[in-house]
Design a binder for this molecule. Sequence first.
Ligand code: SF4
Length: 415
Amino acid sequence: MKTAQVAAEEPPGPLVQHASNSSRSIGPSRFRISKRSVEFLHRFYPDATLENWNDWRWQNRNRVRTLADLARMIELSDEESDAIKRHTGALPVGITPYYVSLLDPQNAGQGLRRTVVPVLGECESSRAESEDPLGEDSHSPVPGLVHRYPNRVLLLVTNYCSVYCRYCTRARMVGATGERSVKKGDIELALDYIEQTKAVRDVLISGGDPLSLDDDRLEYILKRLQKIKHVEFVRIGSKQPVVQPMRITPQLTRMLKRCHPLWMSLHFTHPDELTPEVAEACSRLADAGIPLGSQTVLLKVVNDDLDTMKTLMHGLLKNRVKPYYLYQCDPISGSAHFRTPVAKGVELIRRLRGHTTGYAVPTFVVDAPNGGGKIPISPDYVTGYDGDDLLLQSYDGDTYRYPDSGQRLTRGPGA
Ligand code: SF4
């Protein structure tokens, strides 16, 4: 009965042949929509159309923000309900209907669900946690701009995200004091600072999520940066293509194409995010000539096992996204339940490197507290010297010799 109703309400449109044959293109921008989305829409938003669903502004307007709304869509565990009721921290709850449709309604232990639905661990602070573990606020010469490395800056253009990740490093500011983009005057101050600071050759635009800005506002910022001669290229960090893939409209990609050279880092967490809709969003961005890299935070129970991590990395490559960074989870307040030992990240990289395509292996980094920047931590494949032979261990544990005369390799403090 339900299937017949769904079919009758879908406007005619050509089936698109992609990774899944259970999706089709809908809406003014002919965005792909999966059978799963259609079923979810009809169940929980019976008055909305498929065009509504594929309109990113509709997704924003209909974000799930309250316990009552979430409880209507998924079976909340007692712990999740308590955590939402007790929620006092800065980071609000907010999930797009699209992203809720990816959550397992019956399983509170599902990795993806743990990343967006609060649990009680969020209410507890542990040793060495802080609101601003990276010391960004102390490296901010003007509002909305972080200048931590000499030749590049972080430009924060909004505190809005359509989905709030419970492990967010900027939980102190995103969504906290009313969701809004940074004031025009502050953006101008930041752009002036970049203009006057000739050492800056690379600008990373982040937030919040910069792709939550409308096209005109984002284009203004990108064009201003394009005109600054010493800025060689711009990067955008975003989770929008993952949590609200319909944001990647033809209008947006046309605009982004006018703002090259432009790179993009997409925030992926789990293979459950690799849907037909996300494939379409990544494909549109890649077709616009934007090199795509991924950033993934290593999270306990969510993605800290080899199968999950490898499936995610392989899936990213299929979607034309190069796995870029795997981050050790920052010690923000209330994040102990997400944090793994650093050794877990090193072990995962060791079990990927050589065992799969090199492109699928991200760089594992610890973002050093108090502004030390990203410090890569790799497995050690050098076991020592035998005379002039450097002794190396291969990915599968065998030892090899490399004739290495001259300067000796030193490793680590005191090596
Ligand atoms: S998308 Fe990024 S900035 Fe927004 S809540 Fe998630 S981690 Fe934080």
